[in-house]
Write a protein that binds this ligand. Structure first.
Ligand code: AMP
Ligand code: ZN
Length: 462
């Protein structure tokens, strides 16, 4: 039983898929005008965890992610220039080159973070026809009007606009609403914007040359791949009030149906208490972290430490602590790896597995799951082999590449020294034993005396 917090109902709900064991997920993809920043990537990590939890529970997931390669304007309220055209001007490239370049960079970031690749990638520029079809339906049903700037959706025509809004909210928050001249209601949004001299990224339509609105793109792409309704729609919390609200409005107006059953939103990554955002100039990319010597998976670990519905403040100290914890974890896994055949879990091991499932299924409580993993590592009642098997099982959710951690290969001469030291210890000559331990240390290894005998570790290089 999986419980998920649904923004639509403002409740934690028991997840019930629409089609037996199949689940359709749509996650709003990147606007490819610049590298994703690690705030954006936090949202994709949260969505990856969601997908992994569904798969862990036996669901067959169809995950669709779009690439916004046209139509995302500087303001979510349909004003300002297209972000991709601004980048094209700046970098002296055409819009397509910009979009493809940053799309590639984005996919590389996902791989480096061990994010499972979506089953379907879909580009906004490749679904223009479908978008025009949707606008035609909305027009026929009387939900549109035309002004100098483009074709707009009349939100006052919909019985209930703002399904994702908090109950007390009547109008868009943040008093500064940029009203395009001719717009009937502040919440109305562009379905099709006229070209007005724009040369690139424009298409013919029944209303004249132009390009689609960002909110129309996502509703069309999700439905095209997943039908209507589909199971889960995700994004960051900044998509709740406008983007996702407007997707729901269009689907409801055109088809009388709610677009998706569950709406999940990831909270922001902050820097010094402020949202990480390109417009605020406080961003870091994954490449920035790598250049500073961080493993991308340390950032993934850092994100697992906070619940996806909590804000998370980014600091390099925090990231360093995550990197240390991850290295420590790899070290433990290395020690536990025996290469022996799989063993059936004992009752204690099964208890851990049950608890783990309980945590991840409770609205993706990864901080608790992570703490449980460390308890397991320290639990003396469980054998190393069992721990290793459980860790690999948990890593189906964590995605920290634990299966790739190699067994420690200890050079013969170290093994020999450890043996000699052990003999001295048995004879009670601890002075000699210590001397040999220091010698082993100089050679880059460390011996620990455990109840099961000496345990050898490779020392980290810094
Ligand atoms: P964009 O490329 O701007 O459409 O954003 C991609 C995704 O990142 C969206 O789901 C946003 O909601 C999300 N996002 C943007 N800023 C942040 C942030 N600071 N922390 C977490 N997610 C973010
Ligand atoms: Zn979207």
């Amino acid at each position: 039983m999986i419980k998920l917090y649904n923004t639509l109902t403002r409740k934690k709900e028991i997840f019930k898929s629409l089609k037996n064991e199949k689940v359709g997920i749509y996650t709003c993809g990147p606007t490819v005008y610049w590298f994703a920043h690690i705030g954006n990537l936090r949202t994709y990590i949260f969505e990856d965890i969601l997908k992994r939890v569904l798969i862990y529970n036996g669901y067959k997931v169809k995950h669709v992610m779009n690439i916004t390669d046209v139509g995302h304007l500087v303001s979510d309220q349909d004003v300002g220039e297209d972000k991709i055209l601004i980048a094209a001007k700046k970098e002296k490239k055409n819009a397509r080159e910009i979009a493809r370049f940053y799309e590639k960079a984005f996919k590389r970031d996902l791989r480096r973070l061990n994010i499972l690749e979506p089953d379907v990638w879909i580009r906004a520029t490749e679904t223009i026809k479908d978008q025009i079809e949707l606008i035609k339906i909305l027009e026929k049903k009387g939900f549109t009007y035309i002004i100098e700037d483009g074709v707009y959706f009349d939100t006052s025509k919909l019985k209930k606009y703002g399904r994702l809004w908090p109950k007390e909210m009547k109008i868009l928050p943040g008093a500064r609403i940029e009203m395009t001249p001719g717009k009937k209601n502040p919440t109305d949004f562009a379905l099709w914007k006229f070209a007005k001299g724009r040369k690139e990224m424009v298409w013919d339509s029944p209303w004249g040359k132009g390009f689609p609105g960002w909110h129309t793109e996502c509703v069309v792409m999700s439905m095209k791949e997943l039908g209507i309704p589909f199971d889960i729609h995700c994004g960051g919390v900044d998509h709740i009030l406008i983007h996702h609200t407007n997707e729901i409005a269009q689907a409801e107006a055109a088809f009388g149906k709610i677009l998706a059953k569950y709406w999940l939103h990831g909270e922001f990554l902050l820097v010094e208490g402020k949202k990480m955002a390109k417009s605020l100039g406080n961003i870091y990319t994954l490449e920035d972290l790598i250049k500073r010597g961080f493993n991308p998976l340390s950032y993934r670990y850092f994100c697992l430490g906070a619940h996806y519905r909590s804000k998370l403040n980014f600091t390099f100290e925090g990231l360093k602590a995550s990197q240390n914890a991850l290295e420590n974890l790899h070290e433990k896994v290395r020690e536990m790896k025996s290469g022996k055949k799989e063993k059936k879990l004992g009752s204690k091991g099964k208890d851990y597995q049950r608890k783990f499932l309980e945590f991840i299924n409770d609205d993706l409580n990864l901080p608790k799951a992570l703490a449980l993993m460390w308890n397991l590592i320290g639990d003396k009642r469980i054998s190393d082999q069992e721990k290793y098997e459980l860790l690999l099982d948990f890593d189906r959710i964590f995605g920290l590449s634990l299966e790739k951690v190699k067994k420690l290969r200890i050079p013969k001469e170290i093994k020999k020294l450890v043996e000699i030291r052990e003999n001295y210890r048995k004879m009670g000559d601890f002075k000699k034993a210590d001397e040999i331990r220091m010698k082993i240390k100089e050679m880059g290894y460390w011996v620990e005396d455990t109840r099961e005998g000496p345990r050898i570790k490779k020392l980290k290089k810094y």
